[in-house]
Design a protein around this ligand. Structure first.
Ligand SMILES: NC(=O)C1=CN([C@@H]2O[C@H](COP(=O)(O)OP(=O)(O)OC[C@H]3O[C@@H](n4cnc5c(N)ncnc54)[C@H](OP(=O)(O)O)[C@@H]3O)[C@@H](O)[C@H]2O)C=CC1
Ligand SMILES: O=C(O)C1=N[C@H](C(=O)O)C[C@H](O)C1
Length: 215
């Protein structure tokens, strides 16, 4: 496939580009802080950038009329709504975390959440010092899945690719669920799965859970 990336010079942009090229696909278009790279029209666009770039991304996918995979975190409710509106015109996969492990983490949380009334619940996330948003998008997903007001602590430490821990405690025991991404390859793999998924899809708003658990 011929793919394009918004944020192609960034950490995730680079990792995704590398993985897709290893699989034999062609990087033909990119957009970053210093402008556009164009060699051919892409068949899909992947966005790992910043919330303030979203308007540009929407403009590009509308012009090219191609599917979008977006992993950028820190989007406002209004921005998520504008993506949902756009998904009437193109297929979109959106997720704040493209790793398999976090999807399984969320399944476990969904299973246990009806048994933890009265427990103390805390989320701790740790990421590299360069991360711009706080708390992480994944921590927000875990909180949303719990359907409770839960405190989130954010640590910014060295070069950590992404750790998430959920603590659950009653007076007699502590249950922890934890996930560590060992490198950005874990996220890029999920983006690759999403690319193969989205190329055959009708217009619509999909999440990574749809990609992972599609029959
Ligand atoms: N969903 C998921 O699984 C994951 C999501 N993420 C999210 O992806 C996003 C990117 O993360 P990461 O790759 O680490 O960040 P980076 O800062 O490394 O990459 C972002 C890129 O966008 C560029 N950029 C900044 N401003 C603009 C602009 N106005 N127009 C165009 N390009 C711009 C940056 O340039 P410059 O560096 O010069 O500012 C950089 O090249 C974050 O929101 C992060 O939370 C990250 C990992 C996994
Ligand atoms: O910025 C990152 O690096 C990451 N961001 C995502 C988030 O905010 O949850 C996913 C991952 O943990 C890495």
């Amino acid at each position: 496939m011929k793919f394009g990336i918004v944020g192609y010079k960034g950490r995730m942009g680079n990792e995704v580009k590398l993985l897709f090229e290893e699989k034999g696909h062609e990087f033909v278009w990119g957009y970053d802080k210093d402008g556009e790279y164009f060699s051919q029209t892409p068949e899909l666009i992947i966005d790992f950038s910043l919330p303030e770039v979203l308007e540009k991304t929407i403009e590009f996918v509308k012009n090219f009329k191609v599917p979008l995979i977006i992993g950028t975190t820190g989007l406002s409710e209004e921005q998520l709504q504008s993506l949902k509106l756009l998904s009437q015109e193109i297929p979109i996969v959106q997720s704040y975390n493209f790793s398999i492990g976090i999807q399984l983490f969320l399944k476990v949380v969904d299973l246990l959440k009806e048994y933890i009334d009265g427990w103390d619940i805390e989320i701790v996330e740790a990421h590299h010092r360069f991360k711009k948003d706080k708390p992480s998008g994944t921590a927000k997903m875990i909180k949303e899945c719990l359907e409770k007001e839960v405190p989130i602590s954010s640590l910014r430490l060295g070069n950590v690719p992404g750790d998430h821990i959920l603590y659950l405690a009653n007076l007699g025991e502590v249950l922890t669920i934890s996930h560590r991404a060992l490198s950005r390859r874990a996220f890029a793999d999920g983006v690759y799965k999403s690319a193969n998924f989205i190329l055959n899809k009708e217009n619509g708003f999909y999440i990574f859970e749809d990609v992972m658990f599609e029959n």
